[in-house]
Design a protein around this ligand. Structure first.
Ligand SMILES: NC(=O)CC(=O)C(=O)O
Length: 283
């Protein structure tokens, strides 16, 4: 598969329609991955949060699967191998140890091997008056591990949706040397217009790295209506590409040399006053 240079990586974001038919959701993802490869020859493809299952607590257990031997994992592994690409496998409800359910992202290398998985660390429990109430913790368990993968010498951190609100997680990834953070995510019609873009640009600017989000497409008839607008933000905090709210496929060439450029020109990381930020004050 094409690799433009060590510094440039072609990425395709797949903003997919998701409905109640699990098999169609999975096969749509597999077909769209093939289409993306045919049209753009990417090195990496990213999928949305909950791409095989509607986003809702009542669905998670029913749609859950073990990783890596469940059907969805097998399909992603086969796609990564057939096309010789990395796949950031959005998320699926994972049936884990002790019958617990996690919201989990799987990451596949071009041989079809599962190189990492990430379980959503901050569960989406909110209650906005006149807006939206959602409580992932009714059915999900929070993850406890950070996930960094190395792709062609570039470190990429993984978070999921609500995780983007926590600057500490992004900072951990920056401290680990990440040049990009990928967040599969499904914001909604209340928080999407308010915060989706703001948070992506904030995390990118705070940490001087690329931020990539991949959302399900909007379905006005679903119980949870996703905001859409999968996005790529560069380390300057500028939006490079943004999808609409419908099913969409966007391709972008990531230039990792920009990371170095921004960090050299605005060296905030080195200028931090770690002597002043006493941890108790941050609590
Ligand atoms: N769905 C999420 O996890 C997060 C979200 O919609 C928000 O933070 O807003």
């Amino acid at each position: 598969m094409s690799q433009l240079s060590k510094q440039i990586m072609r990425l395709v974001l797949l903003q997919l329609k998701v409905g109640e038919d699990k098999s169609s959701n999975i096969h749509n993802a597999v077909d769209k991955i093939a289409q993306a490869v045919h049209e753009y020859k990417p090195r990496m493809v990213t999928l949305p949060e909950c791409f095989n299952c509607p986003y809702g607590t009542k669905y998670f257990r029913k749609y859950s699967e073990t990783i890596p031997d469940g059907y969805t994992s097998q399909q992603l592994s086969a796609s990564a191998k057939a096309h010789g690409i990395y796949i950031i496998g959005g998320t699926i409800p994972e049936l884990g140890e002790n019958d617990r359910i996690y919201n989990t992202c799987t990451i596949w290398d071009p041989t079809g091997k599962l190189i990492a998985k990430y379980r959503k660390m901050h569960l989406f429990d909110i209650d906005i008056e006149g807006g939206i109430r959602f409580k992932e913790s009714e059915t999900l368990t929070a993850g406890t591990d950070f996930t960094v993968v190395d792709v062609d010498g570039h470190k990429i951190g993984v978070g999921i949706c609500y995780d983007i609100r926590f600057e500490e997680l992004a900072r951990v990834y920056r401290n680990e040397g990440c040049e990009m953070i990928i967040y599969p995510g499904a914001f909604n019609m209340t928080t999407g217009p308010l915060h989706w873009e703001l948070l992506q640009r904030s995390r990118a600017n705070d940490n001087q790295l690329y931020v990539v989000t991949t959302s399900p497409a909007r379905d006005e008839n679903a119980e949870y209506v996703a905001w859409g607008h999968s996005t790529v933000v560069n380390p300057w905090g500028q939006i490079l590409k943004k999808a609409t709210h419908s099913e969409d496929l966007i391709s972008v060439d990531i230039d990792f040399s920009i990371v170095e450029q921004v960090r050299a020109q605005i060296p905030t990381f080195k200028q931090r006053r770690l002597d002043m930020y006493v941890t108790t004050r941050l609590k």
